[in-house]
Design a protein around this ligand. Structure first.
Ligand code: ADP
Ligand code: MG
Length: 231
């Protein structure tokens, strides 16, 4: 079997709950998932169904209580919390830009953390022009619109051409035109052999997705081809 058939990430039986005093929230109730090279996966489901929790677990921000996560060797670690910078990138729902940095320095942050800003300047420029934030390079993140902040977070995620992009409602603050631009960028990356898992309510992504996964109350529903869903 060629390595292209091995999933970049596969997960079985992921369980995660949040406890606060007497209350327990079951955010993931046994999630199975496989993310393969070239895939654009749309993750849909109502607010509170566990989409963000799943993305945060896959990138190592949160730990599961049960279940197994297997990462392809190309990702450079066997556990999400050990992932090196640049192989798996997250666009967090809350963006997590650094306010004391300019838009350009936010986009360049992954390069700074992985040891080389200079070689990535050209790529940063390209992404920023594509996403219409190049003229904002010298501004601080709180001096641009929320939509522009979100496109900055997507540019930051794509800077090092990661093997896996986990994007949490990346078009939540975009109009139709910019949503198209962002989803086209995700599709292009997947066409080069990476994979994108995109939590979204935006029907545009269902058009370009190979797979749509529906989350409900901590469980993932059956896989359906995006174009055949008729939604
Ligand atoms: N840090 C937390 N502490 C307690 N409950 C949480 C926390 N984060 C998320 N939850 C709860 O877990 C469930 C899943 O949340 P989330 O993964 O954010 O859903 P979605 O992204 O689909 O809206 C929700 O009931 C939410 O309130
Ligand atoms: Mg969410």
């Amino acid at each position: 079997m060629s390595h292209h058939h091995v999933p970049l990430i596969s997960a079985q039986g992921l369980v995660k709950s949040y406890r606060r005093d007497a209350e327990t929230v079951h955010a993931l109730r046994g999630v199975d998932l496989s993310i393969g090279r070239g895939q654009v996966i749309a993750l849909i489901g109502p607010s509170g169904s566990g989409k963000s929790t799943l993305l945060n677990v896959l990138c190592g921000w949160e730990h599961v209580e049960a279940g197994e996560l297997v990462l392809d060797g190309a990702l450079g670690a066997s556990k999400p919390e050990d992932l090196p910078w640049g192989r798996v990138a997250l666009v967090p729902q809350a963006l997590a830009l650094l306010e004391e940095l300019t838009i350009l320095d936010n986009v360049l942050m992954p390069a700074r953390l992985s040891g080389g800003v200079k070689p990535m300047m050209g790529r940063a420029d390209e992404l920023m022009s594509e996403f219409g934030i190049d003229h904002l390079a010298a501004r601080y993140s709180d001096q641009v619109s929320l939509g522009e902040q979100q496109r900055t977070a997507v540019a930051r995620a794509l800077l090092l051409a990661p093997l896996v992009v986990l994007a949490d409602e990346p078009s939540a603050h975009q109009d139709a035109g910019w949503s198209d631009v962002l989803f086209a960028a995700f599709s292009r990356l997947a066409a080069q052999g990476s994979a994108c898992l995109i939590a979204t309510h935006n029907p545009v992504v269902w058009e370009c997705a190979n797979t749509v996964l529906a989350m409900r109350d901590g469980e993932l529903g059956s896989k359906t081809c995006g174009r055949r869903m008729g939604i």
